[in-house]
Design a protein around this ligand. Structure first.
Ligand code: SAM
Length: 287
């Protein structure tokens, strides 16, 4: 297989196939030869593992994953890349490409059908325009995935890896913490991509804890409260939850009073267990 991070080789392939980058689909392809092997190695691409990749580009990371793991199923939305992948991944017999929007894939079914007894991990250089929706989609699918190792914008990585209850946190921080533990692996400069994006990137890994740690709670209501609270993060949590979900402020104030939390608190000040108590108490008060 050709070295796809070699600029001349990459340009030649793209030119021969008449391919032009789509900004809307977040197409920034890796041209730094050390990055894909590192993502693959730190992302559980190894014997006994089936890997789901999101967004193949020309197959640079796909090939590194397929070299190490038992099988790779790669989801790519852009059908213009299919003939290119046929050429670049020709040497591999353990790769399946699915031409679809990742958000429309039934992940549980895919794992059942494609990965038999293998362990499963996700690895990707994500399209940045839908980083959070993709991560929440994977986590909420409750599919048996051990880890999600992804390249994201540096700022998104900081939010994903932040502690709940700090200024850096957001709804996605709470989502990640609810299902697992996120860790920053390494940073990647903008010059490692073609075309170069305007921001630097980081690779993070979320290790998923498949044993639920927060007991029997109404998850869907919990995430509605969290999203509402963070949707207007400069406001108090009472104001943002009340205006977004139409819940009376008196109910929220009473819950906060019982929890010993100031009425003027913002959602980013609450720890994980406080967010759980908040949503469960509001839910009870509404019944
Ligand atoms: N993995 C390649 C690399 O590292 O060079 C490409 C990464 S590029 C940042 C993101 C890829 O995701 C593109 O190939 C793009 O077409 C694809 N993509 C964008 N939106 C997608 C979606 N909703 N579902 C699946 N793939 C998507």
């Amino acid at each position: 297989m050709n070295n796809l991070t070699n600029l001349n080789i990459l340009k030649d392939i793209l030119h021969r196939h008449g391919f032009s980058f789509s900004k809307g689909l977040g197409q920034n392809f890796l041209i730094n030869s050390s990055v894909c092997p590192r993502i693959a190695e730190m992302g559980n691409a190894k014997e006994g593992y089936g890997i789901i990749e999101i967004g193949t580009g020309v197959g640079t990371l796909t090939a590194e994953l397929a070299r190490r793991a038992d099988k790779v199923v790669a989801i790519e939305i852009d059908s213009r890349l299919l003939p290119i992948l046929e050429e670049t991944l020709h040497d591999f017999d353990n790769i399946k490409i699915i031409n679809k929007d990742i958000l429309e894939v039934d992940i549980v079914k895919l794992i059942e059908e494609e990965f038999g007894g293998m362990n499963v991990a996700v690895c990707a250089n994500l399209p940045y325009y839908i980083t959070s929706p993709i991560i929440m989609f994977l986590l909420e699918s409750m599919a048996r995935i051990d880890s999600i190792t992804v390249m994201v914008q540096k700022e998104a990585a900081q939010r994903l890896c932040a502690e709940v209850g700090t200024r850096q946190s957001g709804a996605i921080t709470v989502g990640v913490k609810y299902y697992g533990e996120a860790k920053l692996l390494f940073n990647v400069s903008r010059g490692s991509f073609m075309p170069a994006p305007k921001v630097d990137s980081s690779v993070i890994r979320i290790d998923i804890n498949n044993d639920k740690r927060y007991g029997e709670i109404d998850e869907s209501f919990f995430f509605r409260i969290v999203r509402a609270g963070f949707s207007q993060r400069r406001k108090t949590l009472a104001n943002s939850i009340s205006s977004t979900l139409g819940i009376s402020k008196d109910i929220i104030f009473e819950v906060l009073l019982n929890m010993g939390i100031n009425q003027a608190a913002r959602i980013e000040e609450l720890a994980m267990n406080e967010l759980i108590i908040l949503s469960e108490s509001i839910k009870k008060s509404l019944n």
